[in-house]
Design a binder for this molecule. Structure first.
Ligand code: ATP
Ligand code: MG
Length: 816
């Protein structure tokens, strides 16, 4: 059995009863053993005897130029039900050349009920009446480069039968979605969306799309594929988005697919135990994508609807580039998603125009980021220099020093003939050892000198491919066009950068080794001081994973593996398995950096000669940069050593304060912290205990307005502690009204409680309010219990003295 999927059926899915993006295929194979006769015998036996389908409902298709198969079938089935078909349907080939051959398909007639009703509806029709259940491929020929068909020495058989289709047929249902493979999923969707299947064609279609797509995404993710913008990741992303969009049609505006994946796993885990193993990862990835998608959709849907409306009014079919660019650039709406939605509505996109806009925008941005103002117009200047002198020759792979001719100078936004001491200018040379920023590696710095000139190279970059520009500060003398200069790269910075760059390759390989092949570089920065590496991965890395990766890299460093660089054809490089970045454009010739069998990447950067030069590798942070993208920052060489030293000295300092050896420090600190916690608890308990002079002797209880009243100034109790103290007093019978006051630093707190039998007479809230005014604050609460306070502790004692009168005054029943 083989699990497969055909994403080119994507748009069919949901519309027909038989197409899926993920389906399971049963089959039998022969490699040069049995051929047509046996394959047809086996198939017939299986279908009519094992599965026991009524033979008179079966139809056969054969390739029009394959009389042999037709004859074989005629022994089993009336001639009228054997249909000859053309290459499109009944000839199998993998590519332009290579093995190929005729096929023969077995179809099951589901009856007129399933027919599209068109007069020419017959086997091969797009509708669901004649269901193709099994395809037998007779690999018989080899097509050579001239297009000739030569017989294969060992003709072979490859057959495929869709499990979903045969299940539906066996179970006597007319749609795969009614078979037991899908029914539980459909029930779940009905429950989640509060809809019923089978009542409304457009709701049914959405339910089918979701039921189908949830299976594909669950399996794809389980197999390690992540939603992304390229290759299979993109197929996955489109499937997820389509499902989510159909969820929206059903009124589901919150993520729901991630939950639904549970139902797929539940159903399939017996056969595919890895699904259960990957369950939480699958959920997380689906949920993340759903959340982001819903957000994007909310953002852009209104704009898109307006756009469609306008298109309709103007009767246009192609969405113009400026509208696309605005949606993409200003609103951040992904173009591919727009394309999906537009296609569903029958619109095309002017993608060529869009690419053009993008190109312009990039050039503008590059110019703007380098020189301040947008459209500062320097790019044409550089184009002019490039036209005059051609590409800069880069010497820096082999040398750090070179004499070269100054061919152009730019100051601000103008081309100049010379620059003088104190000025900052951009200088271009015929050849240069300076690396121009690119591929994530920072540009080189260094010095430049002529007979009487000295200048500092602050940065090197490439405003156009292969055109190197040096940003320099002239320290001494003048720089004049056509002058010959000595260019010297700062060796230490270059070496530090090389360490970081080679370490980045090791990191990439180690991450893939540990976390899986879905890890792909998503961006990087390599400078002399540190390296930053962004990669696709959905979960934060654990301490253990980080430690492992760091250790593996340091082991490579200690092995002092050699780092080779080779220039070769792109095809050869990719064939050898060198990692490339799909977003990048490569020429025909590429440079491959290889670290033994461990790492192989296309890279134009500068590297160590062997890994030992890295010295030491230390990860200093791991964090998230965007959903599904993690970032590692790390140091190498001296930087790593300095970092460890500084951590060490902090540890030593801490141990000294603890009066412990560093090795014992953590334990001692733990002890200290837990004893501190104990003490805090004790203090709190002590403070809130009613103090020695309990109201037992009645000394503090006074009769006021006919009630027993306890008034007490406590020490420095916080409100929480004051409440505990009150509880303590309340346990002692005797007082109808309790008033406690305390002060902590510059604050005063009161708490008052009135026993239930007296709440008709006294109102705790009113009393607290009045008291709080006396200490410049506010307060209040319920009749039985209230809290308040103020900010004048010096007035607390006086307020408590006045409390007696206040209680008297506020009492509701006059006992006088
Ligand atoms: P159809 O013409 O119905 O689209 P096909 O000719 O594309 O089918 P094959 O490529 O011959 O199909 O695949 C072999 C078998 O796999 C088919 O007979 C069918 O049972 C099953 N199958 C093919 N495509 C799908 C699909 N999208 N969903 C479910 N099952 C499929
Ligand atoms: Mg077929």
């Amino acid at each position: 059995m083989r699990a497969g999927g055909k994403h080119n059926d994507l748009e069919n899915v949901g519309k027909t009863a038989r197409h899926h993006t993920f389906f399971e295929m049963l089959g039998n194979f022969s490699f040069g053993d049995y051929f047509k006769k046996e394959a047809i015998d086996f198939a017939w036996e299986f279908v009519t005897e094992i599965v026991a389908l009524p033979p008179d409902q079966l139809w056969i298709t054969v390739f029009r130029d394959d009389p042999e198969s037709a004859l074989l079938w005629e022994k089993k089935i009336p001639k009228e039900r054997i249909v000859k078909m053309g290459e499109k349907d009944n000839f199998w080939q993998m590519g332009e050349t290579g093995p190929c051959g005729p096929c023969s398909e077995i179809h099951f007639d589901q009856g007129p009920r399933m027919s599209c009703g068109k007069p020419d509806c017959r086997v091969g029709c797009d509708c669901d009446r004649y269901l193709e259940i099994w395809n037998l491929v007779f690999m018989q020929f080899n097509r050579n480069s001239k297009g000739e068909l030569l017989p294969l020495p060992k003709p072979s058989i490859d057959t495929g039968m869709g499990l979903e289709r045969i299940s539906a047929v066996c179970q006597g249902v007319w749609s795969n979605y009614d078979s037991d493979l899908f029914a539980p999923l459909i029930r779940r969707i009905e429950n989640i969306a509060h809809v019923s299947y089978g009542k409304n064609p457009s709701i049914d279609m959405s339910i089918r799309v979701i039921a189908d797509h949830i299976r594909s995404m669950t399996f794809l993710i389980s197999d390690g594929i992540l939603p992304s913008n390229e290759g299979r990741g993109y197929v996955l992303r489109r499937i997820m988005r389509r499902a989510a969009r159909h969820g929206k049609f059903l009124g589901l505006s919150e993520p729901f697919l991630f939950e639904l994946s549970g139902a797929v796993i539940e159903k399939a885990k017996q056969v595919y135990p890895e699904l259960e193993f990957n369950q939480s990862r699958i959920r997380q990835i689906i949920q993340g994508e759903e959340e982001r998608f819903i957000h994007t959709l909310d953002l852009g849907m209104k704009l898109i609807e307006e756009l469609f409306l306008r298109m309709k009014e103007e009767n246009k079919k192609e969405i113009p580039a400026d509208a696309l660019f605005k949606l993409y650039d200003t609103y951040g709406f992904p173009l591919d998603l727009l394309e999906d939605i537009a296609r569903d509505e029958g619109y095309e996109l002017d993608k060529k125009g869009f690419e053009l806009e993008m190109g312009n925008q990039k050039a503008r941005a590059r110019a703007a980021s380098r020189f301040g103002g947008p459209d500062s117009g320097v790019v044409p200047l550089y184009k002019e220099i490039l036209n005059e002198h051609g590409k800069t020759k880069f010497l820096g792979y082999d040398t750090l020093r070179a004499k070269s001719l100054l061919i152009g100078l730019v100051k601000g936004t103008e081309r100049v003939k010379k620059g003088s001491a104190g000025e900052e200018v951009f200088a271009l040379f015929k050849e240069t050892p300076f690396y121009g920023e690119g591929g994530g590696q920072a540009g080189d710095r260094g010095i430049l000198s002529g007979e009487e000139t000295r200048a500092e190279v602050l940065d090197t970059f490439k405003p156009l491919p292969d055109l190197f520009v040096h940003r320099i500060k002239i320290l001494q003398g003048e720089l004049i066009e056509n002058q010959s200069c000595l260019l010297e790269v700062d060796e230490k910075l270059r070496m530090d950068t090389a360490r970081n760059h080679t370490a980045t390759h090791l990191l990439h390989a180690a991450l893939r080794e540990r976390l899986g092949d879905h890890v792909r570089q998503a961006g990087s920065f390599v400078g002399p001081a540190r390296l930053r590496f962004d990669f696709n991965h959905f979960l934060p890395m654990t301490r253990k994973e980080l430690d492992h990766v760091e250790r593996v890299i340091n082991e490579r460093v200690l092995k002092n593996a050699s780092v080779s660089r080779r220039v070769m054809g792109i095809d050869e490089a990719l064939k050898q398995g060198a990692l490339a970045f799909f977003g990048d454009k490569y020429g025909d010739e590429v440079r491959v950096i290889q670290i033994e069998a461990f790492s192989q990447e296309l890279c134009g950067g500068t590297h160590c000669h062997s890994t030992g030069e890295i010295g030491l590798f230390k990860i200093i942070s791991e964090s998230s940069v965007a959903a599904g993208v993690r970032r590692i920052e790390a140091l190498t060489g001296e930087g790593a050593y300095d970092f460890i030293k500084s951590e060490e000295s902090q540890l030593i300092q801490m141990a000294e304060s603890l009066k412990a050896k560093t090795a014992d420090a953590p334990q001692k600190l733990d002890k200290l912290l837990s004893s501190l916690k104990e003490k805090e608890k004790e203090i709190s308990a002590l403070k809130s205990k009613p103090v020695a002079s309990k109201p037992d002797g009645g000394t503090e209880i006074k009769k006021i307005a006919g009630a027993s009243v306890l008034i007490r100034q406590m020490g420095s109790l916080e409100p929480k502690e004051l409440r505990l103290a009150l509880d303590g007093y309340k346990k002692e019978p005797g007082a109808d009204l309790i008033l406690l006051g305390s002060s902590v630093e510059d604050k005063v707190f009161f708490i008052v409680s009135v026993s239930p039998s007296k709440i008709k007479q006294f109102h705790a809230g009113e009393l607290v309010r009045e008291l709080s005014i006396l200490v410049d604050g506010t307060g209040g609460g319920k009749p039985e219990m209230a809290q308040g306070g103020g900010k004048s502790p010096e007035k607390l004692a006086d307020a408590l003295l006045q409390a007696e009168q206040l209680i008297q005054k506020l009492s509701k029943i006059d006992f006088k």
